[in-house]
Write a protein that binds this ligand. Structure first.
Ligand code: PMP
Length: 391
């Protein structure tokens, strides 16, 4: 069909620049090993931190829910699409998170859009870390509030922004709990103290900390013992929780307000029963099987140390996300391709997702990996890294 030649031109230049990426279809479940093009590879690119995507209790909960309630819900939550299981799960999640209330949205992405677009007015200001996730950036684009960006995890820069914004009605500071490309944890205690000093609200996006940090995976707020001092926690149910969705954990007033004003909540159909039932089972798994989180962190330490010992630049990660920073885009893509030849699936990430000159292969270990598998992956990194003169 004619009419999209202008897109073809841009796609061609993306191909010429080497930034065009094809989708890679998996032919297996999201395990420690996955099947791609008929070949088994060690999976180091998923966010399935605890291996919950195929946990037997969650699969059973999903199947039972389909049997009882069907495959879909047929309506948005505010009209006829709220099932009692949606409300029950939100109550359970609020109890787990030690907050007054939660509201579940279709994804973490839309959770950020809903909260940021709805609770601020033109009399307010949002103050955001420069490396916050795209969904925060897009959410901020949707608000009428003024915006200020502070330097990445830089407390002086944040304090400056707070000092400069005294005239606004409300100030909302927003940070990722764990930054998704570098794996570093935000200095949340100090950020909260600054917010308290300047009477600002604080919001944390805990996408990569839910199920990973804090007691039983309660997140960054719990990790730093800050329960009751962070106004809004956004989390995802799509990564360590292993299913799909996002949530806002805050006060009853915020929940009620979002139900009326959060556009992605208002105008998009609710989660299918299988999704909600599996998410609910995941919270039980977090409470009943803390050994999964212990294994995740043991694997993290083993793999991170292994990469460092080999001489790779692994940046400043404190979490199971370990970037292998190689600099140039081409080098990063070459490393990823070679790793695939040697049995490892670890995707390269380049500009614009990370800054120019900071291209990397991002690795994420999970609780599912055995030490033998991780050693196999390290051997592949050693071989590929030497062949490409990275180490
Ligand atoms: N916030 C952060 C920090 C993320 O890394 C992601 C996922 N890439 C999201 C939000 C969006 O979560 P979801 O995949 O559930 O939409």
């Amino acid at each position: 069909m004619k009419g999209f030649e202008y897109l073809q031109d841009e796609l061609k230049s993306m191909k010429d620049e080497g930034v065009f990426r094809s989708l890679v279809p998996l032919e297996s479940d999201q395990g420690a090993k996955v099947v791609i093009n008929g070949k088994e590879l060690i999976q180091l690119s998923s966010n399935n931190y605890l291996g919950l995507t195929a946990h037997p209790k969650m699969k059973k909960a999903a199947i039972d829910a389909v049997e009882q309630y069907g495959a879909g819900t047929g309506s948005v939550r505010t009209i006829a699409g709220t099932f009692s299981m949606h409300n029950d799960f939100e109550e359970k999640l609020a109890e787990f998170k030690h907050t007054e209330a939660t509201l579940v949205l279709q994804s973490g992405f839309t959770a950020n859009q809903a909260i940021l677009s709805s609770i601020l007015t033109k009399d307010d200001v949002v103050i955001s870390d420069e490396l916050n996730h795209a969904s925060i950036i897009d959410g901020i684009r949707l608000t009428k509030a003024a915006r200020k960006i502070y330097k990445h995890v830089d407390l002086d820069s944040l304090e400056e922004a707070l000092k400069e914004s005294g005239e606004y009605r409300k100030r909302l500071v927003v940070t990722d709990g764990v930054f998704s490309m570098d794996g570093n944890i935000a200095p949340l205690k100090e950020i909260v103290e600054l917010c308290e000093k300047y009477d600002a609200l604080i919001m944390v996006d805990d996408a990569h900390a839910s199920g990973v940090l804090g007691r039983n995976g309660r997140g960054t707020v719990d990790h730093f013992d800050l329960n009751g001092r962070v106004h809004i926690q956004v989390g995802t149910l799509s990564k360590a929780i292993g299913v799909l969705g996002g949530y806002v954990a805050s006060t009853q007033a915020v929940r009620d307000y979002l139900i009326h004003k959060g556009r992605p909540f208002l105008f998009s159909t609710s989660h299918p029963p299988a999704v909600t039932a599996a998410c609910s089972a995941a919270v039980d798994v977090l409470l009943e099987e803390p050994e999964l989180i212990d294994r995740l962190w043991k694997n993290t330490e083993f793999f991170k140390k292994g990469l460092e010992k080999l001489g790779f630049d692994t940046g400043k990660s404190d979490t199971p996300i370990t970037p292998v920073i190689v600099g140039g885009e081409t080098k990063a893509h070459q490393l990823s391709d070679k790793l695939r030849d040697y049995g490892v699936f670890a995707q390269s990430i380049a500009f614009p997702t990370v800054a120019k000159g900071q291209a990397r292969v991002r690795t994420i270990v999970t609780a599912q990996h055995s030490e033998e598998l991780l050693q196999e992956a390290l051997d592949a990194f050693a071989k590929a890294g030497k062949e490409l003169d990275i180490i």
